[in-house]
Design a protein around this ligand. Sequence first.
Ligand SMILES: *Cc1c(COP(=O)(O)O)cnc(C)c1O
Length: 348
Amino acid sequence: MIELRSDTFTLPTEEMIRAMSQAKLGDDVYKEDPTVNRLEELSAEMLGKEDACFLPSGTMANLTSLLTHCPRGTKVLVGNETDIYIYEAGGASVCGGVIYEPIATQPDGKLLLEDLEAAFPVDPEDPQFSLPSLICLENTHNRCGGRVLPLDYLREVQQFAYQKSLPVHMDGARVFHAAVALQRPVSEITAYADSIQFCLSKGLSSPVGSMVAGTKSFIEGVRRWRKLLGGGMRQAGVIAAAGIVSLTHMVDRLAEDHHHAQQFAIGLKDISGIAVDLNQVETNIVFFKITDERFTWESFIEAMRAENVLLAELGHGRIRAVFHRGVSSSDVDQALAKIDKVMKQGPL
Ligand SMILES: *Cc1c(COP(=O)(O)O)cnc(C)c1O
């Protein structure tokens, strides 16, 4: 099977399994798991923040961040194509009485400042209006094809947020992909956000876990919400050990996944019945559409599954292919050959 549905399918490396079996452990709810403590320190250091907190998932990392930033009855300004808005079960509304204000997402993942501005009430003193309390950005932007938000843009949003006295939260599930694509240390990106979450469990290959980083007092808030949500984990060093390997050994190799995404997109361009925009491919994600009218996206995915290539639809009938440690350059060639074959054959 060639697994292109997601980078969440990556399995832990041998080195991770060794680190997990040898990890020094303690009760993390007492803050006495040395391996979790090390992962949190290392994350804070790499992201240039005061502190960090280990969480079981990106969803809980975003949720605890939103709950810490946003008082009840306020609005979080969030892109209408983001994971937070689409895929996280409305958690901040359920748990925190927070309104999600969906902002139009540009094709490159940006939210326009004028659209953010329009979410502010003309008269903030008028008690009729819910007030914005947070701006969220996603970087890289998954549903925009893994696009990287430019540093200039991040600076503009930071300045805008500062004028409005609002914090910025970055859903950086794949922020290390952004750093590798820009060839900059990740801290140059995260400097533009007050809080960041990133996933250890995607391209970085850990089996479980996400980190949130921010100020000390913000992270205290995250820890309280994590406990309330049932995410206080005891000997979590067992999984944190893999996270340390992710941060120390798995970041630089993401460039390989980006090359494979390029190789795949370039190959796709030559297959008739498929539309792909090479300019949109910046990291490890490739979106394409089936233009051959014999196929629906469902029948295409089904035909590819029969050829042992796994793909998924990710909104608006687009097919997403995600490149990760489990996909080699020869897998890319094979997947392209299978797609070519399926397009010649037609649906099953
Ligand atoms: C995967 C993902 C998340 C959620 O992470 P989980 O660990 O699956 O809960 C959040 N944001 C983005 C952009 C993601 O890709």
